[in-house]
Design a binder for this molecule. Structure first.
Ligand code: CO
Length: 211
C-alpha cells in the first residue's frame, strides 16, 4: 500500500484496529501479553522483502532483524544483541537468514564503486565473493552470477551465525537450527537453500570453537 501522506497511515491504523476487534474483541489483550515467537528472521532492509509477506506471518510470530543485504557481521553489536536476546531470552527454535534475488546491496558490493560510508558494510559481501571467486567467475551470465552470490551470501551469513558464542552454545544444547532462504520477488517464491546446520558446524568448529 503506497501512502500519499502521513495522515493516511494513521487513518489506516484506525481501520486496522476496527478490523482486528471485529474479528476478535480480545485481540489486543492477547497481543500485549508476552511475545513467544519461534523464529528469528534476519533479512534485507529492502522494502519489497516484508517478513510478514514472505512468511505469511502475523504480529507475534517472528522476531525480526533487517539490514542491508542480510549480513551477520562479527562486530555488529546490534546484530549480536538481537541474536543474544532471541536465542537466550525468547528462546526461538529457528534462526533464518533470508536473502533475495535482485538485492541492490549484493550488486553494489561486487561493482567497482565508491559508496562512501557503505564501503565497510559492503566489504562483508566482497569477502563472500572472494571466498567463492572461482565458482562465481565461471558463471557467464552476469544476472545468474548475481543470483548465485545472493545464495552464497545467505549461506556465509548462516555460517557467521555459527561463529557467534550464543549460537554455538544453543547448538551444543541442541535447541536451535539455522536455515538459509532466498525470496524470489520475480515469482513470490520462497526458496530453502537447505543449509545443513550440523554438517557445517562439524566442518568449521575445529577453527571457530569457543567452548
Ligand atoms: Co537486498
Amino acid at each position: 500500500m503506497a501512502y500519499k501522506n502521513i495522515k493516511e497511515i494513521f487513518d489506516h491504523n484506525e481501520r486496522w484496529i476496527e478490523e482486528q476487534l471485529a474479528a476478535d474483541p480480545e485481540y489486543f489483550v492477547k497481543l500485549s501479553k508476552r511475545q513467544k515467537p519461534r523464529y528469528l528472521f534476519i533479512g534485507c532492509s529492502d522494502s519489497r522483502v516484508s517478513t510478514e509477506a514472505v512468511m505469511f506471518a502475523k504480529p507475534g510470530d517472528v522476531f525480526i532483524h533487517r539490514n542491508i543485504a542480510n549480513v551477520v557481521a562479527n562486530n555488529d553489536l546490534n546484530m549480536l544483541s538481537v541474536i543474544n536476546y532471541a536465542v537466550n531470552h525468547i528462546k526461538v527454535k529457528h534462526l533464518v537468514v533470508c536473502g533475495h534475488y535482485g538485492c541492490g546491496g549484493v550488486k553494489t558490493a561486487i561493482t567497482a564503486s565508491d559508496e562512501g560510508l557503505l564501503n565497510p558494510w559492503l566489504r562483508n559481501i566482497r569477502d563472500v565473493y572472494r571466498l567463492h571467486k572461482d565458482e562465481l567467475n565461471s558463471i557467464q551470465s552476469i544476472n545468474e552470477r548475481y543470483d548465485r552470490l545472493v545464495e552464497l551470501n545467505v549461506i556465509e551469513q548462516c555460517i557467521n551465525l555459527i561463529k557467534t558464542r550464543d549460537v554455538q552454545k544453543a547448538l551444543l544444547e541442541k535447541r536451535i537450527s539455522i536455515h538459509g532462504w532466498v525470496f524470489d520477488m520475480r515469482t513470490g517464491k520462497l526458496i530453502d537453500l537447505k543449509f545443513n546446520t550440523k554438517k557445517v558446524a562439524r566442518e568449521i568448529l575445529d577453527i571457530y570453537n569457543i567452548f
